[in-house]
Design a protein around this ligand. Structure first.
Ligand code: SAH
Length: 214
């Protein structure tokens, strides 16, 4: 059986005792976790060679499917230790050797591993300005930030564009499409690091999400 399918099965079993995902039916998980996660593949291929980080990974999406498909060295980050411990256990059991987990804040990872990752993803984590601020210090020059958004308001979009210069990230793709259930809209917002940020990052832990830059 395909490793991605086996991974999903393990997550759904673990989810019966620990809250990893709201999606509990196998059928909808197939679309909303696997198909959706893999919809980022074409952007992953555009990123420079090098390690990949999934920010706020939760149950390992989109991180694990993309790690398996790309074979990139992958780090799954979540501040909730209980989640990363379960994911690490599943990854070990299935012998997915290119994946490891980091139990901690994205801001702390930014201090520990600055300019280390060639590509970052974030799904259902925060608004674009916060994602840009969290990812900027982690990426190498030319590295990509792939944001999976369900809905993007004009205000959020404009705010993101207004921070491009300050944060050194430029939008290179903005795609909207529907998943195969015919009803789930996915909006992909892909940014490329073109220079170091003008501000010193990470700021104090929590600020990127609580008080986004103007
Ligand atoms: N990406 C997954 C989970 C989304 S929920 C999915 O799409 O299914 C968002 C996750 O991000 C939560 O598990 C939360 O614990 C984590 N998170 C939020 N802010 C964080 C931060 N600053 N550092 C690390 N993890 C964070």
């Amino acid at each position: 059986m395909d490793v991605i399918e086996r991974y999903l099965d393990e997550v759904l079993v673990a989810n019966e005792t620990t809250n990893l995902t709201r999606i509990v039916s196998r059928e909808s998980a197939e679309i909303l976790h696997i198909e959706d996660s893999l919809s980022g593949m074409k952007y992953m291929d555009e990123a420079p060679d090098g390690p990949y980080v999934d920010l706020g990974t939760g149950g390992g999406f989109p991180g694990v499917p993309l790690a398996i498909k790309t074979g990139r060295e992958t780090l799954l980050v979540d501040s909730v230790k209980k989640k990363t411990a379960i994911i690490q256990g599943i990854v070990d059991k299935l012998e997915i050797e290119n994946v490891s987990t980091y139990a901690g804040r994205i801001e702390d990872l930014g201090r520990e591993m600055p300019a280390h990752f060639a590509v970052a993803t974030a799904r259902a984590l925060s608004q674009l300005p916060s994602l840009m601020e969290l990812a900027a210090p982690l990426l190498v020059d030319g590295g990509l930030l792939i944001c999976y958004k369900s809905h993007l308001s004009e205000e959020e979009r404009e705010h993101a564009f207004s921070l491009e210069n300050k944060l050194g990230l430029k939008c290179i793709h903005e795609d909207i499409f529907t998943l195969s259930d015919g009803e789930t809209t996915r909006c992909m917002f892909v940014m490329k690091k073109f220079k170091d940020p003008d501000v010193k990052l990470p700021r104090k832990t929590g600020l990127a999400q609580k008080r986004p830059l103007k």
